[in-house]
Design a binder for this molecule. Structure first.
Ligand code: CTP
Ligand code: CA
Length: 229
């Protein structure tokens, strides 16, 4: 599809995109985090806006400037991101979870900075599971026919792990990236396979995150529920 002039094929649609990586505070000066830059999520949000959608971008810790024409909600932790995504998803035609959500958070938050002790010991940090937002969105669709998309970064058995994850999460599409030394995190380029619940696989060659974003919306489009207005 030529995109010199963008077709407004998402006009009248509301889409929600999450981006970035959550940070789970341990004490006032420390957190557990990850290396997601947020660039893929921002590319998705910008592409949808250019295609005419109303876009809610729920970001976590990206430090990126708010894209023009996009409603941006700033969050920090997985619990906060979940709140914001579920709220925005209530009337959304599609939800794309591009954020890297921490699987675990510290079981307790130390209100004062954790200090070293004189005995040379080190603390053991107890973790608890965070809610799985993608699984929740997929299981309890806010609207019938709402399209739910996940992302997965895998290091080994990329396709097999991706297929299993798609089934486990219950989403419609799963964008699977192979993570390596130079791939994905913080980079401008991406290579992926988009797995669909209907069994189709769409390889996306190594290229800019903007191109992957367009492919994701191209795959969401035919899966959108019929327009009610
Ligand atoms: N995700 C989510 N909530 C979580 C963890 C992940 O919504 N608590 C979403 C991510 O936004 C992503 C997808 O689930 O779209 C896949 O994330 P990934 O970390 O690959 O999946 P996990 O189920 O956490 O599996 P793993 O054990 O491989 O980390
Ligand atoms: Ca995970």
């Amino acid at each position: 599809l030529a995109r010199g002039v963008t077709a407004p094929d998402l006009a009248g649609r509301h889409v929600v995109v999450s981006a970035g990586g959550t940070r789970e505070p341990l004490d006032p000066v420390r957190y557990l985090g990850n290396r997601s830059s947020g660039k893929q999520g921002y590319a998705l949000a910008k592409a949808a806006a250019a295609r005419g959608a109303r876009v809610t971008l729920v970001e976590a810790n990206t430090g990126l400037p708010d894209p023009a024409g996009v409603d941006v909600v700033h969050t920090g932790t997985a619990v906060q991101l979940r709140e914001a995504v579920l709220k925005a998803a209530a009337d959304a035609d599609a939800v794309v979870m591009a954020a890297a959500v921490a699987d675990f958070r510290p079981a307790t938050y130390a209100p004062g900075k954790i200090k070293k002790t004189d005995d040379g010991g080190a603390p053991t940090i107890e973790l608890v599971r965070n809610p799985d937002i993608l699984a929740e969105l997929s299981a309890d669709r806010a609207l019938p026919g709402q399209v739910v998309v996940g992302f997965a970064a895998e290091t080994d058995d990329v396709l097999a792990n991706g297929r299993a994850k798609l089934a486990r999460k219950g989403c419609d599409l799963l964008v699977v990236n192979e993570v390596g030394e130079r791939k994905t995190f913080g980079s401008e380029e991406n290579e992926a396979v988009v797995l669909a619940a209907d069994g189709t696989e769409t390889p996306v060659p190594y290229g800019p995150k903007e191109a992957l974003a367009e492919t994701v919306w191209d795959l969401v489009l035919p899966r959108l529920r019929e327009r009610t207005t």
